[in-house]
Design a protein around this ligand. Sequence first.
Ligand code: B12
Ligand code: SF4
Length: 468
Amino acid sequence: MVDILLINPPIALSQWESKLGSKLSPMGLLSLASYVREKNISVKIIDAYNTGVDVRTVLGQIKVDSPVYVGITATTNMIYSAAQMAKEIKKSFPDIITIIGGSHVTALPEDTIEQFPHFDVGIYGEGEKTLFDLIVRDKIDENIDGIVFRNNGKITKTAVRDYIKNLDDLPFPAYDLLPNFPGFYRPSPNNYSRLPIAPVISSRGCPYSCSFCAQSVFGRHLRACSIDYLISLLEYMQNRYGIKEVCFFDDIFLLNKKKLYEFIEKKEKSNLDISWSCEGRADRNEERLFRDMRKAGCWQISFGLESGSQKILDYFNKKMSVDKIWQTLNSVNKANIKSRAYFIIGSPPETVQTLEDTRKLALKAPLNEILISFFTPLPGSVAYNDIFASTKIKDFSKIDTFLINYIPPNLNEEILVGFMNRVYKSFYLHPKRLIRYFFMLFNYHKTIHLINALLAFIKLTFGKRLPE
Ligand code: B12
Ligand code: SF4
């Protein structure tokens, strides 16, 4: 018997292309599991999303483990899958208490509990302390901060729980609870240079407020673990799992230059042989810093560039200039680090001219990979409140940034899809990239993986773009 079983629910078939061949360990569940386990609560994880395990198998496992609680994680597009899972669990095991956590219930706590009756309780925001509190009290009531539940027919949302101040207080993520970690997990083929690879998060929160970004889980106050903690975590991952590379999922890894240098220096003095990639904003145009990062093992930085048009950047409240983007990408390139870029097209002020500005940036800047998504007002973002909240959309399964959920007044679906396909073709069919993919096929780690990613990519680029 276990106290709690944590589930990453199965991905809907209609959404499989979102993954582009990536299988990434569910960091939220790993953090929750290690936190409660350290406090003597027994816990298991089922990662159905990545392993393809179906609902029947999950129910079979529940029969074996007989948990008191089942905790399910869900982003907005996964909320139906999570609800379906909760429904099946309740049907077969009515006494199990089902908990929903993650970015969707955090953005829309009351709505989620109202809409999905098979969730007994929602945990909104950072989940570690709330989950522990709920399990030890063994009673769902107003005394637990950070939850939402049905209370005699009414929905009650309790007080907001304080963020965890010191991330060093968190035990290392429970990677050991994923039976096939690390071998099975890896990002899409362009996003690793060595295997085995694992994601790591060294900070939570972001002080910026870009209007499309769902920030409700970790908020705007940046908290980071100490560099000593981070180095110990990497040493543990190298020694215990043979990890050779990590990808930092921090919202903005490049923000604190002093800490970045402390990391570079301490990593160089350590016995770590770990390469890494990270996410960053393109406003840190410092070639010297990038060179030092390169020496410390950084091989790729992913930038949320969003657009090549200043008008769109300002609309998104990016606090970024197009000039700065160019300067930063050039500096990163000179330091021999690869740049990867995310673009968002189809926001309200988008026009043919602003798309053209984005095309130029995407095709002319020194970029290793581009990923274009459609402007999507995600619950938890300013854009959602501005655009979608009043329409009270209930079908969240289509809220996927690879589907068109919004068409700006000056454009139509054909223009947006045509633009995306043209830019992708020009970018990925460029001879220098074709040659790189050709050689990748001979890398036995990447062959099957590359083919799967290509199939997903073709479906993504040429498939249906409007939700039914
Ligand atoms: C890495 C990442 C990915 C990776 C997946 C990584 C993974 N292993 O799951 C990839 C690239 C595949 C991805 C894809 C997508 N992502 Co993403 N992703 C992220 C990112 C940057 C980090 C996620 C992470 O690991 N966070 C760290 C962990 C510790 O946090 P957490 O998962 O939120 O968990 C905490 C709480 O939420 C809570 N909690 C979570 N689950 C549960 C469950 C229970 C029972 C309890 C009690 C608590 C609880 O407790 C946890 C610990 O405090 C976040 C941004 C962010 N800062 O979180 C976006 C983010 C989660 N992604 C987002 C989106 C929109 C997507 C996509 C839908 C994009 C698309 N294609 O349209 C897809 C869909 C993914 C899916 N599940 O189907 C949005 C979600 C917004 C929303 N309203 O749901 C985010 C918040 C980005 C943003 N700022 O807008 N993503
Ligand atoms: S898009 Fe990046 S910089 Fe902007 S608010 Fe989100 S995490 Fe912060």
